[in-house]
Design a protein around this ligand. Structure first.
Ligand code: F6R
Length: 242
């Protein structure tokens, strides 16, 4: 992987927004893979600012989000569809027909998951996939032990992920225990992958992901095996690297 070290989270977020902007400029009908969570919020802010300044245009772009909680409707404030509308889609000119997020309330989530992969294939695959990383090395909701060849599917969230998410919900029993996530194999088909990680809580897993041998027990370490991956880190996340 290419590793870009930035002085702070804002610089790292700006760098990722620039990489996405360059990719859209080079290919206006780009297919983006997008992530949620705390990490990319500033990147989306920079993209919204870029759209308002006329530097980036999403008119011809398509996006596929990595994951969604099972059981949360689009209008639930903790759903990833809601997050994407709030942080990006409502403020830029994506065609609403071309922003895909797995449907956490699909009648048949298993069928929906495989249809999601087919839809990605139908538009020619993902050009640029944005990722964040969980403290346990998860990418999307591919928790440790997820097979490298896994496809978009229904998964159980790890206990630690459920605990990390609990702060966003009123009570622990409201925290979803399952999700639909793109698989590691699905993510690997992206032509280019950009991993954004910021903050000291990610330093250890960033070191493991970049320096330890690739293993399914740290899903992000498998990214070493992809031919076009860029890790964009702030100093805190890079602090355990040589
Ligand atoms: C989000 C996702 C997750 C997050 C990861 C890090 O779509 O797939 O893998 O990227 O949990 O989350 P934050 O950024 O909140 O630390």
């Amino acid at each position: 992987p290419i590793v870009l070290r930035c002085p702070d989270a804002d610089a790292a977020s700006r760098k990722v927004a620039d990489l996405i902007t360059e990719a859209i400029t080079a290919k206006p009908a780009i297919v983006l893979g997008l992530a949620t969570g705390a990490t990319p919020i500033q990147t989306y802010e920079h993209l919204v600012a870029g759209f308002r300044n006329g530097r980036v245009d999403f008119r011809h772009a398509t996006s596929f989000n990595l994951d969604e909680y099972i059981g949360l409707e689009a209008k639930h404030p903790q759903s990833y569809r809601y997050y994407m509308q709030q942080h990006l889609f409502d403020h830029v000119n994506f065609s609403p027909m071309r922003t895909y997020v797995p449907d956490g309330c699909a009648d048949d989530p298993v069928a929906h998951a495989s249809a999601y992969d087919q839809e990605i294939g139908r538009v020619g695959g993902i050009d640029l996939q944005l990722l964040g990383i969980g403290r346990n090395g998860h990418i999307g909701f591919n928790e440790p032990g997820s097979p490298a060849a896994s496809r978009t599917r229904v998964v159980d969230l790890a206990e630690v992920t459920i605990k990390n998410n609990a702060r966003y919900f009123d009570s622990p029993d409201q925290v979803p225990k399952k999700a639909i996530t793109m698989g590691i194999g699905t993510i690997f088909e992206a032509k280019q992958i950009v991993m954004l990680a910021t903050g000291a809580s990610k330093a250890k897993v960033i070191r493991q992901s970049l320096l330890d041998p690739p293993t399914e027990s740290v899903p992000a370490s498998l990214l070493q095996l992809h031919s076009s991956v860029t890790f964009v880190l702030d100093e805190a996340a890079a602090s355990e690297l040589p």
